[in-house]
Design a protein around this ligand. Structure first.
Ligand SMILES: N=C(N)NCCCC(=O)O
Ligand SMILES: [Zn+2]
Ligand SMILES: [Zn+2]
Length: 317
């Protein structure tokens, strides 16, 4: 940004936070400011799911839950909306009846949004959308390190013979050479698999795994240290599937698995990433039809807030 001060959220002491249109954290829309450092953008797409549908309603649920976010982040000691111009870039509308076309359009739109200095936090939508987002990130930064928070590996080959689904984005990404496979990790993995081969193939692709049990046994600090060492100075993309959380913390999702992380653990690990070379991030698989009292939407909105805050801190954290 130039000398101009960022346009922040609506003042909740003047306009109650439950009033008015829902943009992320009540921030301005992208059209309302000359340029943006960080944009939160929705992708209401769930045509790639293998079980419960409904993540197409994720972006609007997250925006509604984000009304309660406040401008200062004590955990990271940053006021992200004062440091940087953060905006809501609306939704990227993609074809719900054609996955291939949806992926192409999403990649184009993500490239257009990030053509300048703007960094994206994308709200899904199902996990299929990570592939075009990673393509756009790699086009700009070269192959990126990946930190993938998820109950699932999402490195399966095909479903019903189809290569582009929410269970396959990271295998496609490795095949396409858009990930730096010396620094790709899953965190929070658990639950039954199709066979032991799933793990062998995942390892062959280059992934390291920190299971949800590992996080419990090692604790936050040791987990963060190991991840930071692996990532180093590389451009980093963070993908958060909200089903990384235990169904008690995130019932509103399509493929829930027992034994997951708490939202506290996830947020603490994210805060441990400050100072890394974060270039983009997503939060996916929020499916509000299965939610209760906005439990999952609130958790996802806080994850998005932490990701925005990390981007607002930038490298000088
Ligand atoms: N990406 C998510 N959430 N789930 C993938 C699960 C794929 C499966 O049903 O085997
Ligand atoms: Zn998952
Ligand atoms: Zn996933």
């Amino acid at each position: 940004m130039s000398e101009q001060r960022p346009v922040g959220p609506l003042d909740s002491s003047q306009i109650p936070r439950f009033a008015g249109f829902a943009t992320f954290a009540r921030l301005p829309r992208i059209e309302e400011v000359p340029s943006a450092d960080v944009a939160v953008v929705g992708v209401p797409f769930d045509s790639g799911v293998s079980y419960r549908p409904g993540a197409r309603f994720g972006p609007s649920a997250l925006r509604e839950a984000s009304r309660l976010l406040r401008p200062y982040h004590p955990g990271l000691d940053v006021s992200p909306f004062a440091e940087k111009q953060v905006v809501d870039a609306g939704d990227i509308a993609v074809n719900p009846f054609h996955i291939g076309e949806a992926i192409e359009k999403l990649q184009q739109e993500a490239e257009a949004l990030t053509a300048g200095p703007t960094k994206l936090v994308t709200v899904g939508g199902d996990h299929t959308i990570a592939l075009p987002l990673l393509r756009a990130a790699a086009k700009k930064h070269g192959p990126v390190a990946l930190l993938h928070f998820d109950a699932h590996l999402d490195t399966w080959d095909t479903y019903f013979g189809e290569p582009y689904t929410h269970g396959t984005p990271f295998r496609r990404a490795v095949e396409e050479g858009i990930l730096d496979t010396s620094a790709v990790s899953h965190v929070g993995t658990r639950g039954p698999l199709y066979g032991k081969r799933d793990l062998e193939e995942d390892r062959r692709l280059g992934f390291g795994i920190v299971t949800s049990g590992d996080v419990l046994r090692r604790g936050i600090d040791e987990t963060v240290d190991a991840l930071r060492q692996r990532i180093g100075d590389r451009p980093l993309y963070v993908s958060v599937d909200i089903d990384v959380l235990d169904p008690a913390h995130a019932p509103g999702t399509g493929t829930p698995e027992a034994g997951g992380m708490t939202s506290r653990e996830l947020l603490e690990i994210l805060r441990g990433l400050r100072g890394l070379n974060l270039v983009g991030a997503d939060v996916v698989e929020l499916a509000p039809a299965y939610d209760h009292a906005e439990i999952t939407a609130v958790a996802a909105s806080h994850v998005a807030y932490d990701l925005v805050s990390l981007l607002a801190l930038g490298r000088d954290a």
